[in-house]
Design a protein. Structure first.
Length: 191
């Protein structure tokens, strides 16, 4: 019997075998050489790679400000477009997954339903942290030219780290559901 609170993103250590039930048959290292590895799987992994990169770029810029390597103006010019781009891409990606793709995965095999419900719940949690991160970003930008700027940047960094940590866990878990399902069923039912 599954205990849902223990499966909450941030509390779970990866997906249990009964949810990621295709993982053992389709190990990550073999994905790209599988005959059914196609454009959609490749695109999915590329989007995840780019989200990881965008998230780490935002952190890099914030750390440069916190370490006094960037001044307030320079920091604002580097930070605002990077954060906006990252969060927009993240939000768009989750919307497409929730609305277009996850319903199709659920139809492939009823045993996949619980996993995709879990991923959708992850999205809600990540969205809550995204909203909190935006709020901290606004507060930080509002005091950038004041003595409180670095303290606000430290507070922002704590919040952003929670978001990034959850996101990285979610992306890894999602890949272990999505890619094995594509390899088993092919990509055609997902278009
Ligand atoms: Fe997702
Ligand atoms: Fe995703």
């Amino acid at each position: 019997m599954i205990n849902p609170p223990a499966l909450r993103l941030g509390d779970r250590a990866g997906l249990p075998d009964d949810i990621a039930f295709l993982r053992a048959d389709y190990p990550r290292g073999d994905w790209r050489v599988h005959a059914n590895f196609g454009q959609l799987a490749d695109f999915w992994l590329q989007v995840h790679t780019s989200l990881r990169h965008e998230g780490s770029e935002v952190s890099r810029v914030v750390d440069a400000f916190r370490n006094r390597q960037l001044g307030a103006d320079e920091f604002q010019r580097a930070f605002v477009p990077r954060l906006n781009g990252f969060l927009q891409h993240l939000d768009q990606h989750h919307r497409i997954e929730d609305d277009a793709y996850f319903p199709k995965f659920r139809k492939l095999d009823e045993r996949l339903v619980i996993g995709f419900d879990l991923l959708e719940t992850d999205h809600e949690l990540i969205h809550e942290r995204l909203v909190a991160t935006v709020e901290h970003a606004r507060q930080m930008i509002g005091v950038l030219s004041s003595p409180a700027a670095h303290q606000a940047a430290d507070a922002y960094a704590v919040e952003a780290e929670i978001l990034l940590d959850l996101l990285l866990k979610h992306l890894g878990d999602e890949e272990e559901l999505v890619i094995p399902a594509m390899l088993k069923h092919g990509e055609r039912p997902l278009f």
